[in-house]
Design a binder for this molecule. Structure first.
Ligand code: BGC
Length: 431
């Protein structure tokens, strides 16, 4: 057994967790909630066919095949329970919390801004501050007000201006209260899944629409950045960028070429275009993609509850690659589906070991926000994939802290992680 050394994270490292409005608040009225009602039956039918291979299927089946699972409804009622949830976050020792403002609540009708909703978000921020928790506020995490979706959503170039108007309205009120702002969550995922894969609303399958929408999102960020900095240069602004570790399995030229292309298009293209409008990099990281003549040749030795490979080393490579931007990095999302909680503690530890390794090699990583604080509504998969440090009973809405969350708390309290960076294996089975 190699001798283990203890290494420490800096004192001001921001330990946290993330959530988003539509996934937690409940009772939103937006393009997603409308889409859910129309598509719930179909989604249930498709999931029944698609996920049968999962080793914990017997536990999931009841939920995955039930159309009700695909309707966000009251979600986890975070809208009303946020104070209790922040108490739980504080009890876990969290120093930062990322949440999003729901555009459809702020501007339910075109040009009409709801003062009550704005004040509600301000009280959330206040409640976080009172508990010594730093808010990371996302201005747009995917759903659109229905009136805007009816006008063509992000395909309509006018949406850039609507977004800027909404951002201005909100940020004038956030001035002096919030430091960290994320304008847009994962533009590449939204554009890709909604306009190229045709899975999320508005379910288009058109490569040109995908590029068109992606471009609008990039321009929207650039313009919003200027507006925000004019309101207050003290805001620290970024997007949340989903980067993947593309690994060429061997030196075959085709693998290396695919890696190079993927790194350029998926990981760098957007950041290159907005690098002058970024005060930090918000990194969302979940996956490795092993390339061997094609994509996703992953070994899948250890998998999440969704059957995806868990490969905690990947974050180290993604962080190293981001060094070229010379900006501070906050990991704004990273996590896994694990309803049994057998692997979450292991995963967090191994990820943090790798984050520390990157820091040790000079990468300026200043925070880690785990996805997610709470179990929540996982978009087209509904409620059954469980991402939370805190388990939620969807009927009683009771919260229960999972054991892995306490493991995270221990790391936070000690600020320490063991080296060398040896990957320890968790139990093989999820059951
Ligand atoms: C999104 C979250 C989502 C998470 C897990 C990220 O791409 O920002 O909204 O729940 O991944 O799939």
């Amino acid at each position: 057994m190699p001798r283990q050394k203890i290494f420490y994270f800096r004192k001001d490292f921001l330990w946290g967790a993330s959530i988003s409005s539509h996934q937690t608040e409940g009772n939103n009225y937006n393009d997603w909630s409308v889409w859910e009602r129309k598509n719930a039956k179909r989604l249930a039918k498709e999931a029944c066919q698609k996920f049968g291979h999962l080793d914990n299927w017997y536990k999931i089946e009841k939920y995955a095949c039930d159309p009700q699972n695909y309707i966000s409804g009251h979600a986890v009622d975070f809208w009303h329970k946020y104070r209790d949830d922040f108490n739980l976050a504080k009890s876990l020792g969290l120093k930062a919390l990322r949440f999003s403002i729901e555009w459809s609540r702020i501007e339910p009708e075109k040009g009409k801004f709801d003062e009550k909703a704005i004040r509600h978000y301000l009280s959330m921020i206040n409640a976080l501050r009172k508990r010594g928790i730093e808010p990371f506020v996302t201005l747009w995490h995917w759903p659109l007000p229905v009136w805007l979706a009816n006008e063509g959503g992000w395909k309509n170039v006018k949406t850039i201006n609507y977004f800027c108007r909404y951002v201005k309205k909100i940020c004038q009120r956030l001035k002096g209260k919030v430091k960290f702002l994320i304008t847009i969550n994962e533009p590449e995922i939204y554009a890709g899944v909604s306009y190229y894969q045709g899975v999320w609303p508005p379910q288009e399958k058109n490569f040109l629409s995908y590029l068109w929408v992606l471009n609008h999102l990039i321009v929207a960020h650039k313009k919003a950045y200027k507006i925000i900095k004019k309101i207050s240069p003290k805001f620290k602004v970024s997007i949340a960028k989903n980067n993947v570790y593309f690994e060429a399995k061997n030196k075959r030229p085709i693998n290396r070429l695919l890696k190079w292309l993927s790194d350029w298009w998926w990981n760098s293209y957007i950041l290159n275009r907005i690098k002058n409008q970024l005060d930090f990099i918000g990194l969302n990281h979940y996956f490795r993609n092993l390339i061997e003549g094609g994509y996703n040749r992953n070994e899948n030795a250890i998998v999440s509850g969704l059957g995806f490979e868990l490969y905690p080393q990947s974050i180290y490579f993604v962080l190293k690659d981001l060094a070229k931007y010379k900006k501070p990095i906050y990991i704004t999302e990273n996590g896994l589906v694990d309803s049994t909680d057998y692997r979450r503690g292991w995963f967090i530890k191994e990820v943090l070991r790798n984050v520390h390794r990157a820091i040790h090699e000079g990468i300026d990583v200043r925070g880690y926000l785990h996805w997610s604080l709470l179990d929540n509504f996982e978009w087209d998969k509904g409620f059954w994939p469980r991402f939370g440090l805190i388990e939620v009973d969807y009927h009683t809405l009771e919260r229960r802290i999972r054991p892995s969350a306490y493991e995270y708390t221990k790391i936070i309290n000690d600020r320490a992680i063991m080296r060398p960076y040896k990957i320890l294996r968790p139990q093989k089975t999820l059951l």
